[in-house]
Structure formats: C-alpha cells, structure tokens
Design a protein around this ligand. Structure first.
Ligand SMILES: [Zn+2]
Length: 115
C-alpha cells in the first residue's frame, strides 16, 4: 500500500502543473504542501482547505488495470477524489465533472468556489 501511494507522487505533481493547480472536476485551486498557507491565502478555514488537498486520481481505477502513470493520473481535490470512488459504480470522468459542476452551481458539493 505504502509503495503504491509513493509511486503516485510524480505523476500527480506532473498533473498538478498540467492543470495549473486546479482540480479536474470542480476546477478549484488545490494545495500540495501547506494547508495553513492555502487557507490564509484564500480566506477559508483549514477545515475547508483540507478538502482541497491535491490528490492523484486514477482515471481508470487501479483494480481495472489503470496504470499509475501520467497518462492515467490526474490531479483532483480530496473531496472530489473521495466522492467519485465512494460511489458503487464510479461515473466516467467527464460525467462526474458535469455532476460536480451542477452540484457546485446549486451551492452544494464542498461549497467552495474560490475561482
Ligand atoms: Zn475538486
């Protein structure tokens, strides 16, 4: 487990720069090193900021043979990443993105709209 997580660090940081530090799904900025700095910068609480931690998200799930390389790893905030995999039948990335945007525009989801 620890090994697998470690191998995500590089593709995740590549994805983070490729997406200019924004979550693929909700489009909000994310942080990688300091939750306090991020919270202060965007004037949100650290509890809120924690939801926007940058995580490496498998477009194709690991158990479906998805690789942990930059072709399959995107950067998503913790909230969106967990939300997708909590579902019994995880939606396709594009479908999920639309769903997240809908929720956000109605004031739901993690309710963070820093952009
Ligand atoms: Zn997100």
């Amino acid at each position: 487990m620890a090994q697998r997580r470690k191998s995500l660090i590089k593709p995740r940081s590549i994805a983070f720069s490729r997406q200019s530090g924004h979550c693929l799904y909700c489009g909000q900025p994310m942080w990688t090193s300091s939750v306090e700095e991020f919270a202060a910068k965007h004037k949100i609480t650290s509890a809120q900021a924690k939801l926007l931690q940058c995580t490496g998200e498998h477009l194709k799930a690991h158990h479906e043979g998805g690789k942990a390389d930059q072709s399959n790893i995107v950067a998503a905030c913790l909230y969106c990443n967990q939300g997708r995999h909590k579902r019994k039948d995880p939606p396709e990335p594009e479908q999920y993105k639309r769903l997240v945007y809908q929720r956000l525009s109605k004031g739901g989801w993690h309710q963070l709209r820093i952009n």
